[in-house]
Each structure stands twice: as structure tokens, then as C-alpha cells.
Design a protein. Sequence first.
Length: 125
Amino acid sequence: MATISDINEFLQPYDGAIARRALQLRAVVRAVLPGITEQIDTAAKMIGYCYGQKYSQLICVIIPSKKGLKLGFNRGTALPDPHQMLEGKGKISRYLEIETEEQINSEAVDALLKAALSLYEEVGK
């Protein structure tokens, strides 16, 4: 499990605004997904959130980059997306571009996280 010190070190190379939004998004993810395990994947440059060690147990990832911040969803293609916010062309995963702090605290992000948790509980253990 990653510590806040590990997270801060991981986010160090990124722009201050991106790092701040990543920390804010992290807080939301951890609040909505109780007991979630947080792991830093330095090679893939992302923070993963899962309920085990298998890929099938992965719920979402925070992906910072020089250009911005994304919230990626395993099984994103199976998530309800009434606001058409999810992007990507993969067979399984989708992501959401995080552009503002208001977006992080939006009902839409909360709903996507809750839907991802429900999908995991139904399908993915």
C-alpha cells in the first residue's frame, strides 16, 4: 500500500496544478471506494486502485502526465456513461480527462466510481 509520502514523491515531476488535482482525485477515489488498495506503478506512470493483486480486481487508475490528468477505469466499456464523458477506444478500458477541481468533486465522477465498484462486486472478484 502506498503512503502519502510515496504518492507525493511519485507526483514530484509533474506540474503543481496536475499534482494538486491528482491528490484531490485520490481523496475522492479513496472516499468512494472503501478499503481500496492503492499501488504506484512507476513503470506505467499511474496509481492503481484495486481490491486484490489480479488485473480483474483493478477498479481504476489515476494517470498524471505532462499534459494533464486522467482517471482510467478497468471495464470502462461496461460502465453507464449518460453524460458521454468517457474516452478511449480500447476493448475494455475507458478514461476521463480531469481538467478542473470542480470536475473531480462532481456527481458524474462520483457516479462513475460507484458504478465501477458495483460492476466489480457483480463481476470481478
